[in-house]
Design a protein around this ligand. Structure first.
Ligand SMILES: Nc1ncnc2c1ncn2[C@@H]1O[C@H](COP(=O)(O)OP(=O)(O)OP(=O)(O)O)[C@@H](O)[C@H]1O
Ligand SMILES: [Mg+2]
Length: 426
């Protein structure tokens, strides 16, 4: 039996009727249309195979994929073949008909595979009753991803049209498999990046807590003690009737500075680890933080804060609070706003947190990649943090028209109670 190795003709075939199932161009375009837009490998293979078999009027076929590491070619999807056959027919690269096709990247068409000496596992082929057999490579960019085999239970000679057609379908499937692989790779990269971002945020939160605790337990306590001692010295100086005005002035100034530094340290601690969040809960903490940050700048603040319907996990509260801090930080740094509206409302069950300002706004298209100028992680961090608790974050703005940042914590999360611990509590 002759093994036919075929390179398709360059010339295209034109069809006379739109529904002509024997028209190669039409069949190829139908297969291409069926698999286009699919990114799931399994779906591509199933739909690709089914469409091919349907248009070819064949009932037996399968797609074997090549494992890059083991170089083994095994059935991934099949129709009209027994499970036994499909599971046992794993071939090495170069082995049997499909193995040769995968190795050479050239299709093989056989009138009757059951008498083909180069075929592997002839006993299985005979048991399955396969006769006419075609194996085409699925390849793209010089790389073979696997083969598509179609078979019949009776011998058959292949026409040039069959050959041309199957070759073209193989190329289409190869391109789709390549895309699906790239998509999968992208998804994995994205997931890896997410994990990394999560680690960074976790580390940042842990470090903030540690610094806040040290500032509170060491620095702040020491400063408070120092202020008390200085106060005592001032009183002592009065009691002892010390007349040196310069000495008394320095003492008072040192005391005032110490008190001021302690206030600054307390503010720093509050920024690092909002104590109000632990004591009063999210809404009063947001209110207090915004008032203490924006009111001194003469910014008019309006609140529309609905009571929470469910208790939030500590890491969720911290996430929402940090998010508000990010938005407020940007208003202070960039907005030149006169009015700010902060709202936390339920919209169709979703919890929607929004901070709007009437400041100068900006063109989001002009945002540069974070880090290019050593800053610019604010909005990025806000989005990443929200994503970690399953929420989304968006920005609506344009120059001269203020800025609104919105976070939406979707309904399902509140109902299902499916909550991943985003931050490890220490
Ligand atoms: N409310 C706002 N009003 C006007 N411009 C804003 C506002 N929020 C953000 N921007 C613009 O978007 C840019 C990116 O903001 P983002 O918070 O990501 O970074 P940043 O504030 O520049 O730096 P970082 O937050 O890392 O300190 C800002 O540089 C600013 O130009
Ligand atoms: Mg910022």
């Amino acid at each position: 039996m002759d093994v036919c190795r075929f390179t398709p003709p360059k010339s295209a075939n034109f069809c006379l009727k739109r529904d002509d199932k024997t028209c190669p161009m039409l069949v190829v375009s139908r297969v291409a249309a069926a698999i286009s837009g699919l990114s799931n490998l399994d779906a591509i293979l199933r739909i690709g195979l089914d469409t091919t078999l349907e248009f070819m009027n064949w009932v037996v076929g399968g797609i074997m994929l090549l494992d890059e590491e083991t170089n083994l070619l095994c059935y991934h999807v099949y129709r009209g073949l027994s499970d036994d056959y499909a599971e046992s027919m794993c071939l090495n690269l170069g082995e049997g008909i499909a193995g040769r096709v995968a190795q050479s990247g050239k299709a093989i068409f056989l009138e009757d595979i059951s008498v083909e000496p180069k075929a592997a596992k002839l006993d299985l082929i005979a048991k399955e009753g396969l006769k006419a057999f075609v194996s085409v490579p699925l390849q793209a960019k010089e790389r073979v991803f696997g083969v598509m085999n179609c078979a019949n239970k009776f011998p058959r000679l292949f026409t040039e049209t069959d050959i041309h057609l199957l070759h073209s379908i193989g190329d289409q499937l190869g391109i789709a498999i390549n895309h699906a692989n790239l998509y999968e790779q992208l998804k994995k990269e994205r997931e890896r990046y997410r994990q990394l971002a999560r680690q960074v945020i976790l580390a940042q939160e842990g470090e903030r807590k540690r610094i806040a605790r040290e500032l509170h337990d060491e620095t702040s306590q020491t400063l408070a003690g120092l202020a008390l001692n200085l106060q005592a010295m001032i009183e002592l100086a009065e009691m002892l009737g010390i007349q040196n005005e310069q000495f008394k002035a320095i003492l008072k100034k040192t005391h005032a500075s110490t008190v001021q530094v302690n206030i600054e340290v307390s503010r720093l601690i509050a920024d690092l680890r909002p104590a109000l969040l632990d004591i009063l809960g999210l809404i009063p903490a947001i209110r207090q933080y915004i008032e203490s940050s924006l009111a001194p700048l003469g910014i008019q603040i309006n609140f529309r804060l609905e009571e929470l319907k469910k208790t939030l996990l500590p890491e969720e509260e911290v996430t929402l609070f940090r998010w508000v801090q990010g938005a407020v930080g940007n208003i202070i740094q960039h907005a030149q706003a006169k009015n700010v509206l902060v709202s936390m409302l339920y919209r169709e069950g979703d919890l929607v947190l929004q901070v709007s300002d009437d400041g100068k706004g900006f063109n989001p298209l002009h945002l540069r990649n974070p880090g290019e100028r050593g800053r610019g992680y604010g909005l990025f961090n806000m989005k990443e943090r929200m994503n970690l608790i399953g929420a989304s974050c968006s920005v609506q703005t344009e120059p001269g028209r203020g800025t609104t940042v919105t976070a939406v914590i979707p309904n399902e999360r509140w109902l299902s109670g499916k909550r991943g611990a985003a931050y490890a509590e220490d």
